[in-house]
Design a protein around this ligand. Structure first.
Ligand SMILES: [Fe+2]
Ligand SMILES: [Fe+2]
Length: 274
């Protein structure tokens, strides 16, 4: 089974990369399942129903979120009727929407996607490790599903790496999001789980983590806010990770994907040039 995960889609340029590349990659690479983090897709802050539908129509099977999940108030309502949209699973009980769901992939495979969020240097929410334990217990890999994809949305590399080891052998892929910068540690952990600390953002890298540079610079230098943050609108690099999953649900290949924009281009050699 071939899975593509796409990191935090940032604003208009990030969305343009999704609609440009996803249909092409799905066909060219014969992808079975595509997950995309959409927490910054609406002008950098949250997601709208129209944008979520645009991503699903482009071929994204599941859209995950993070600390920006509810920046757009409409998300509190439409998330209840959009089973392809997940918010962090360890929000307190009663939060609208769901943090995990079981999907049917291209050739009928059952794929569980879970979206835990870290707590180090982030808002204090429920324990993401306990939440993962509960989900994996309810839907074990190789028994109740053919693949498990975990988007660990967190600030620190340590918390993401710890989550990778925590579910090693019990998930197909653990990939980090939120920092908007790709890391170079794609690997298959000893138990067979594909792991990457951060997928990086799908956005314009001539920016401060996706935003026009002027305002972030002003706030760092002067410590006084001037205007609102605006997404940088140069060509985005679609950033993510490609994973091949075997019949046992464990990974046999992981490779970074970086297409378009300013970053050096990367794709899985095994799958061919996009
Ligand atoms: Fe983000
Ligand atoms: Fe985030």
């Amino acid at each position: 089974m071939r899975i593509l995960f796409i990191g935090d889609v940032l604003g208009r340029s990030g969305r343009a990369a999704v609609t440009r590349y996803v249909p092409r990659l799905r066909e060219k690479w014969a992808l079975d399942f595509i997950v995309c983090n959409g927490e910054n897709s609406a002008g950098g802050f949250g997601i709208t129903e129209a944008i979520c539908e645009e991503m699903v129509n482009a071929g994204v099977d599941c859209v995950t979120l993070g600390n920006h999940a509810f920046d757009q108030r409409e998300t509190l309502v439409f998330i209840e009727r959009q089973p392809r949209l997940l918010r962090p699973i360890n929000y307190p009980p009663g939060t609208p929407g769901r943090g995990a769901n079981l999907f049917t992939a291209a050739r009928g495979q059952q794929v569980l996607v879970v979206n835990p969020m870290g707590r180090v240097f982030m808002d204090a929410i429920d324990d993401p490790f306990a939440a993962m334990e509960k989900e994996l217990g309810a839907c074990p890999l190789g028994v109740a599903c053919d693949a498990v994809v975990v988007d660990m949305h967190a600030e620190t590399s340590s918390e993401k790496m710890a989550m990778g080891h925590f579910v090693d052998g019990r998930a197909s892929l653990v990939v980090g999001t939120h920092t908007h910068v790709p890391t170079a540690d794609a690997q298959i952990l000893p138990g067979g789980t594909a792991y990457l600390t951060d997928a990086g953002m799908t956005g314009d890298y001539d920016s401060v983590i996706g935003m026009e540079k002027e305002e972030p610079l002003r706030r760092f230098i002067r410590k006084t806010p001037g205007s609102r943050y605006e997404p940088a609108n140069g060509e985005a690099t679609l950033c993510g990770v490609a994973v091949e999953v075997g019949g046992d649900g464990l990974a046999s290949m992981i490779a970074p994907v970086r297409l378009g924009g300013r970053l050096r281009q990367e794709w899985p050699q095994e799958w061919g040039a996009p």
